[in-house]
Design a protein around this ligand. Structure first.
Ligand code: C2E
Ligand code: MG
Ligand code: MG
Length: 448
């Protein structure tokens, strides 16, 4: 930190936590360790330069120290430098249990008062992570780590908040760490596989396609939902190779199915928004289709609604190129984001998938019934097809059919199937495959 105000260094702060801990132990008191970090302070540094941000920092430190002195019932907190825009704060609790909480709250409030510096007025907020001795730890090191993990919770929650350490958060962080470290080897150790859920056409009840859904069996944690590991893969840059593997694997499966005679079947593949930022994505998709001898219209790429409405120009351009090449595009989880029908018209989509959170309520007497019926009518007017996701009951199926929905997908009609099940139900004994096997056998015999 380049500010001129002298605070204890990080090393001195560690020593002070240990000392305060010994005092608290001897006096039978609780100790609070908190880390205060200014939210997105890098923006001030980026836009106003270091001289200005150092002056703001000095101003803030003075203010925090003054706030500490004004607190009643607790000794003024000791403030130490912790990072470029964060402080460690140590408070020994006296009689009343809520005094430390009030002190932390006062610190947070003091950050929020406007700062005037060089004629500019700034409004800052802070994220605070805090923990107590003895309930959260007995050593200085443990307490600091736990204050850090509570701080992370505040930041993950969007900042501008105070979080107290909870042991569940550590369990959650361990799990996240195991997932993060396990994801890299998972691909080459073949721990992923795809399951395939059928999609049916409502007008004739025929199987129209399959949606490829990624599955991961973690060696220690067991099966992990894609809802949990995909965001982590997106965060650490592994979604690109994983997404490409999904694309190749599902196209190979489609080629295999088509060989069995189901030539009109389409494969729906979920795509992460990050894949669309790769300038090579379009050519990868078209290349994989060509390798498997399939026309572009045999796959449908599913992108979630929330993302597509906020997508960058590059991503929409990628989708438009794919659409122009004949690949189908679907808007997934419709109804979970901030949909607008005027936006819908601008997007290069063929199909819209209404989220299961709507479908699960259409057979009840609530607003979802009218919303879904109206969406189907409106979307059809825009020339876009509709899939209903998460159809679990006969009543839902019948309503969707009455309303003219194009396709349905859900546990009522078929759960996601493992490839082994597909092998026995779709491929075993198919006349086409029998014929091909017979041809191979005859050719082998001819060569002998
Ligand atoms: P999604 O694309 O909306 O997929 C539908 C999810 O709903 C699947 O969950 C499916 O198993 C589940 N589902 C289908 N029918 C029913 C039903 O009748 N009732 C209920 N309760 N659930 C039903 P799953 O497989 O856990 O996938 C969750 C999400 O993970 C997917 O939602 C998709 O957003 C993401 N995902 C899955 N595979 C991939 C992938 O290969 N790449 C990417 N980027 N995301 C994927
Ligand atoms: Mg999907
Ligand atoms: Mg969906």
């Amino acid at each position: 930190m380049g500010s001129s105000t002298q605070l204890l260094t990080r090393k001195e702060a560690y020593a002070l936590v240990e000392l305060s801990l010994q005092q608290a132990r001897a006096a039978g008191k609780r100790l609070l360790v908190a880390i205060v970090e200014f939210d997105r302070f890098y923006r001030v540094m980026d836009t106003k330069g270091t001289e200005f941000s150092d002056a703001v920092m000095d101003n803030m430190i003075n203010r925090l120290e003054e706030t500490g002195k004004l607190l009643s019932g607790v000794k003024p907190p000791v403030l130490c430098n912790w990072g470029s825009h964060s402080f460690l704060c140590i408070l020994q609790e006296s009689e009343a249990a809520d005094l430390c909480w009030n002190a932390v709250d006062a610190i947070k409030y003091s950050v929020e008062c406007p700062v005037s510096e060089g004629g500019t007025e700034l409004y800052l907020t802070s994220s605070i992570g805090a923990c107590y001795y003895p309930q959260d730890g007995f050593t200085g090191d443990t307490l600091i780590c736990r204050a850090e993990s509570a701080l992370q919770m505040s930041k993950d929650g969007g900042g501008n908040r105070i979080s107290f350490y909870r042991s569940e958060d550590t369990d959650r962080m361990y799990r996240r760490l195991s997932i993060e470290t396990g994801l890299r080897p998972a691909l080459y150790q073949r721990q992923f596989h795809l399951s395939y859920q059928p999609i049916y056409k409502l007008s004739d009840g025929r199987l129209k396609g399959l949606e490829a859904l990624l599955r991961w069996n973690h060696p220690q944690l067991g099966a992990i939902s894609p809802n949990e590991f995909i965001p982590i893969a997106e965060h650490n840059g592994l979604i690109a190779p994983i997404g490409e593997w999904v694309l190749r694997e599902s196209c190979k499966m489609l080629a295999k199915i088509r060989k069995c005679g189901l030539r009109d079947l389409r494969m729906s593949i979920n795509i992460s928004p990050l894949q669309l930022h790769d300038p090579a994505f379009t050519s990868t998709v078209l290349g994989v289709l060509e390798e498997n001898g399939m026309e572009p219209g045999s796959v449908e790429l599913e992108i979630t609604e929330h993302y597509l409405f906020n997508a960058s120009g590059t991503a929409v351009a990628s989708l438009s190129r794919l659409r122009a090449a004949g690949v189908r595009i679907a808007l997934d989880d419709f109804g979970t984001g901030y949909s607008s029908f005027s936006n819908l018209k601008q997007l290069p989509i063929h199909c819209l998938k209404i989220d299961k959170s709507f479908i699960e309520k259409i057979d009840l007497d609530g607003p979802e019934r009218h919303i879904v019926e109206s969406i189907i009518g409106l979307v059809h007017k825009l020339g876009i097809e509709v899939v209903a996701e998460g159809v679990e009951y006969e009543g839902q199926y019948r309503l969707l059919k009455d309303w003219g929905c194009d396709y349905v997908q859900g546990y009522l009609l078929g759960k996601p199937m493992e490839p082994t099940v597909m092998d026995t139900t779709m491929f075993r004994g198919s006349p086409q495959e029998d014929r091909e096997e017979e041809e191979v056998r005859l050719q082998d015999e001819a060569h002998r």
